[in-house]
Design a protein around this ligand. Structure first.
Ligand SMILES: NC(=O)c1ccc[n+]([C@@H]2O[C@H](COP(=O)([O-])OP(=O)(O)OC[C@H]3O[C@@H](n4cnc5c(N)ncnc54)[C@H](O)[C@@H]3O)[C@@H](O)[C@H]2O)c1
Length: 452
């Protein structure tokens, strides 16, 4: 049975009787999300583009992307159906300017097709020059997160904050947030900052061509999906997992024409072995995804030292130790990418998961620290994290039905995400063209109410 088949409610909705039942009881109706396919258009319809005043350089850049992609650009005030509405509010100076958000987005919402996109462009509050500007900039966070909760039929709304001087770094993020790659990403605030030269890359179907990518915990679940998506985007994969998962690991590696490395990430020499393997077999290392993770759930009162140590050891301490080699002179090449897998449990905390919540919050601390490390930035290396919400995997399949059903529906898209949704976000963070995004934590959670 496929991953989708494990959602009995979605299966019920697919039958005429089930649909009638759900309609009459007023139950949630999760939409089928538009997901990325290599040959799919960036948007399956027109884009509406609005801005604040005469000077709108970011909107102009976005228009260029649409021109290249052959996407029709409409006026927010005409009446055509559309696939996306984009509003460039990078120039806002005071709360009165926020009216432009309403004026552009409000009439567009009813015209958005299914899996429509709202993309709001702002500037970081941290660089505001007046109190009124700081207030107005921050107001966009509340506005975007609120509209994300009003989206229908699989639509998403996200806010892209573009630091002053980073206007030429936005293309990869804009493409991600409009495309089916971001199907399960909604209500997010993502910052693009300067720091590295813009990368001239026009190859958007194989953005990872020529890259060597290590994925830990790749034998199954989210890790296997990450390996698959990175390979689809052109990377050569080194799939890492424990010897006990050796058979499944070899299957993943062979299928993707990559190589398998049996290693326990907690072993003292795991980092060295990864670096050696990447050099010996593939000539170097460009992308590392720290995905391997475990849970050992118990209320804290019943958590013994072993349960505590194993979760912290696999999910956090191993990354710190492996990074000595991975970020060392023989490790990631200049321009390299590191992505860590956190969890919304690391943001909100979770009953019965004190060890896990600690480890995944630690991952965020590590990401924000490394993401702004001046030496790494000067080498063009970015470090980011994804924080998945409820993803349909063996891990969540083991959760009792009632709890699972609540986890699955308590988000704006009213459904669990798929491993591929986490993988697409990681693949995007791994692109060369994404040089301006570092130290960010992107939730892949359908705007879960947990920790929002
Ligand atoms: N499934 C979800 O809903 C969800 C939500 C939030 C975060 N996550 C995180 O996503 C990541 C992947 O989760 P998943 O659901 O695919 O889990 P999973 O249990 O299906 O897969 C985890 C993989 O990691 C490997 N692994 C475990 N310990 C290892 C070690 N010491 N060395 C090497 N490999 C090891 C396992 O063998 C397994 O193949 C984890 O970090 C998890 O915490 C998952």
């Amino acid at each position: 049975m496929g991953i989708l088949g494990s959602d009995p409610y979605a299966a019920l909705l697919g039958t005429p009787l089930g649909k009638r039942m759900v309609d009459s009881l007023g139950l949630p109706k999760p939409a089928t999300l538009r997901r990325y396919a290599v040959d799919a258009p960036l948007l399956d319809g027109a884009a509406l583009l609005g801005w604040l005043d005469d000077d709108h350089p970011i909107a102009d850049r976005i228009r260029t992307i649409f021109d290249v992609e052959g996407i029709e650009v409409g006026d927010p005030f005409d009446t055509l159906p559309a696939a996306a509405v984009i509003v460039d509010l990078s120039g806002i100076a005071e709360p009165g300017d926020l009216e432009r958000f309403r004026a552009v987005v409000a009439p567009s919402l009813k015209r958005l097709k299914s899996s429509g996109r709202v993309l709001v462009i702002g500037r970081p509050e941290s660089s505001a020059t007046t109190p009124a500007q700081a207030a107005a900039r921050r107001a966009l966070v509340g506005a975007t997160k609120s509209v994300a909760k009003e989206m229908r039929a699989g639509g998403t709304a996200n806010l892209l904050l573009v630091a002053e001087g980073a206007d030429d770094q936005i293309e990869a993020a804009v493409r991600f947030l409009l495309s089916g790659r971001s199907a399960y990403v909604s209500g997010q605030v993502i910052e693009v900052s300067g720091g590295s030269a813009p990368v001239e890359r026009t190859e958007w179907t194989q953005p990872l061509a020529g890259k060597v990518a290590v994925v830990t915990g790749a034998a199954r679940g989210i890790g296997a999906a990450i390996a698959e998506v990175l390979a689809r985007d052109g990377a050569t994969i080194v799939a890492v997992d424990v010897p006990a998962a050796g058979e499944a690991l070899a299957r993943v590696a062979n299928q993707l024409r990559g190589t398998a490395l049996q290693a326990d990430v907690t072993a003292p020499d795991a980092g060295e072995r990864i670096v050696d393997h990447a050099h010996l077999r593939h000539g170097g290392l460009d992308i590392v995804v720290h995905n391997a993770g475990i849970t050992r759930d118990k209320l804290l009162a019943n958590t013994d030292e072993a349960r505590w140590a194993s979760v912290l050891g696999v999910n956090l301490e191993s990354i710190l130790r492996m990074n000595d080699a991975i970020l060392g002179p023989r490790g990631l090449r200049d321009g390299g990418r590191m992505v860590l897998v956190s969890s919304i449990a690391g943001i909100a905390g979770n009953r019965g998961q004190t060890n896990y919540g600690a480890s995944k919050a630690g991952v965020i601390g590590l990401t924000t620290f490394l993401g702004r490390d001046a030496q790494l930035r000067s080498r063009g290396i970015t470090v980011n994290a994804v924080a998945p919400g409820f993803i349909e995997t063996e891990m969540t399949g083991a959760v009792p039905f009632a709890t699972r059903e609540i986890g699955r529906r308590l988000n704006s898209l009213q459904q669990g995400g798929l491993p591929v949704d986490v993988a697409e976000t990681i693949a995007w963070l791994s692109q060369d063209a994404n040089a301006g995004v570092s130290g960010q934590v992107v939730r892949v959670c359908g705007q879960s109410l947990i920790g929002a």
